[in-house]
Write a protein that binds this ligand. Structure first.
Ligand code: LLP
Length: 443
């Protein structure tokens, strides 16, 4: 739960605003973002990295926009001194619209379009992260057309297996991201980049997966990246100034989850790997960057739902109560996609008794589950407000219009005040996409 969440007179308040007031003013389902928590977590990463790397060559923290990005969030994290990691035209343009300078944006994506590369070059982004030999040629040719030199970080695959789910592990060999160190593709890419007239090799990048709760995986990947950097130094005589160790820092979703390492623990673990590698290799340490997303925005987010139909299903091991809410897999795909676990609480009042429950959405799909297993008050009823915490990351950013359900808006709360930072989508917005067809009046 956001640190500000507490029961006031029986109902849960977030950022000093009661859920009943939020539901009445903004409707449900509703993403609520505790702005102080977002900023505090961004600042915690910045301070931890600055402190841990103060005696090395400094550090940067890129907020991974893919976790959740809107203009207000881009402004907030930039205000706390973070750069932004974008991986599409939409994310890039959102960061630029927030006034984030190009130099403070890293441009990712394993299949960038010509428009994205041109836009990023014209925005003078700090660097491109490139995953393939083909894309090196692609970026090189567009940079030439633009009369520019593109700064490139090569994303390398370290072979470190980590991540909360198979779909979130991105450093094993058999996956679409990165240039494999083991197969020699990474070395080929280094040579190709240093010989490309319109590319400047500025560093190496690694991202090993997401929702990782152990420090060791990051240390192992960091060593592999630094070994490759040392080889570039030894065999090509080039000292790569930067390395980026990606994101992936996990969070707690339910009370049963183990506590993730703190920013300070991760930052000092990475710093000691960098310091000892520099001492062993005799090479100056690089400037280090990381790209947290979930760990910054995840705990700041809570989704509010209004309870609808409630029904009990008699099972061999006892009854299970199905609590239907007015949202579901269109606003939180993670339980269906990754079997992700969340918890929930009756937020508009205290409630009596406890019953084993399953919170489900309104979609025409049996996998449309929001919270698979949670104990909720026995007297829960239609009209009550349910809150699901830790939904700030990969909720709104992965939301869909399944069953033509509009995506909820995002309300930021802070010090008792609330405001839309992303407005609610409407069915009219969806029908507007059919406007041209409707206008032609065809059958
Ligand atoms: N950097 C790179 C290159 C990434 O690919 C990612 C996430 C991040 C940073 C941020 O990772 P984070 O700190 O947020 O774990 N949709 C999945 C998560 C996929 C993460 C993809 N890459 C989910 O809902 O759990």
């Amino acid at each position: 739960w956001p640190s500000s969440a507490r029961r006031v007179g029986g109902e849960i308040a977030i950022g000093g605003v009661g859920v009943s007031e939020l539901a009445a003013e903004y409707g449900t389902p509703l993403y609520v973002l505790d702005e102080d928590v977002l900023r505090a977590r961004a600042r915690a990463w910045k301070e931890a990295m600055d402190e841990a790397f103060s005696r090395l060559r400094g550090a940067d923290v890129y907020y991974a926009g893919k976790a959740f990005l809107c203009v207000a969030v881009a402004k907030a994290v930039a205000h706390e001194g973070l750069a932004v990691d974008a991986c599409s035209e939409g994310e890039l343009r959102t960061a630029l619209a927030a006034g984030v300078p190009g130099s403070r944006i890293g441009m990712h994506g394993n299949n960038k379009s010509r428009e994205e590369v041109e836009l990023a070059l014209r925005a003078e982004v700090g660097h491109f992260v490139v995953d393939s030999l083909a894309e090196l040629e692609f970026v090189d040719s567009i940079a030439r057309d633009e009369g520019a030199v593109a700064s490139v970080m090569l994303r390398v695959t370290t072979g470190v297996h980590a991540g909360g789910h198979e779909y979130m592990s991105t450093a094993v060999e058999d996956q679409k991201f990165g240039l494999s160190i083991a197969s020699g593709a990474a070395w080929q890419a280094v040579e190709k980049t240093v010989n490309a007239p319109n590319l400047r090799l500025v560093g190496l990048h690694s991202h090993i997966g997401s929702q990782i709760l152990v420090v060791e995986a990051f240390e192992e990947a960091a060593r592999a990246v630094l070994d490759l950097r040392a080889r570039v130094h030894r065999e090509i005589g080039l000292e790569l100034r930067e390395v980026d160790f990606g994101g992936g820092y996990g969070i707690r979703y339910t009370g049963g989850d183990s506590a993730p390492p703190s920013p300070a623990q991760l930052a000092s673990a990475l710093a000691s790997v960098v310091a000892s590698h520099s001492a062993e290799s005799g090479i100056e340490p690089p400037r280090v960057s990381i790209e947290p997303g979930r760990n910054i925005v995840g705990p700041a987010g809570v989704t509010l739902y209004t309870v609808g139909t409630v029904k009990t299903v008699e099972l061999e091991d006892g009854p299970r109560r199905y609590v239907s809410v007015d949202g579901g897999m269109s606003d939180n795909i993670r339980p269906a996609l990754y079997d992700a676990a969340y918890t929930a609480a009756l937020a508009s009042r205290e409630g009596e008794g406890r019953v084993r429950s399953r919170v489900v959405g309104k979609h025409c799909e049996s996998g449309d589950i929001v919270v698979r297993d949670v104990s909720l008050p026995e007297d829960l009823a239609a009209g009550d407000i349910l809150a699901v915490p830790a939904t700030g990351a990969y909720g709104r950013s992965m939301a869909s219009n399944y069953n033509h359900v509009p995506r909820p808006g995002v309300v930021a709360v802070r010090g008792g005040a609330s405001r839309w930072i992303v407005r609610r989508e409407t069915v009219e917005d969806l029908l507007a996409l059919d406007a041209d067809y409707l206008r032609r009046g065809e059958d």
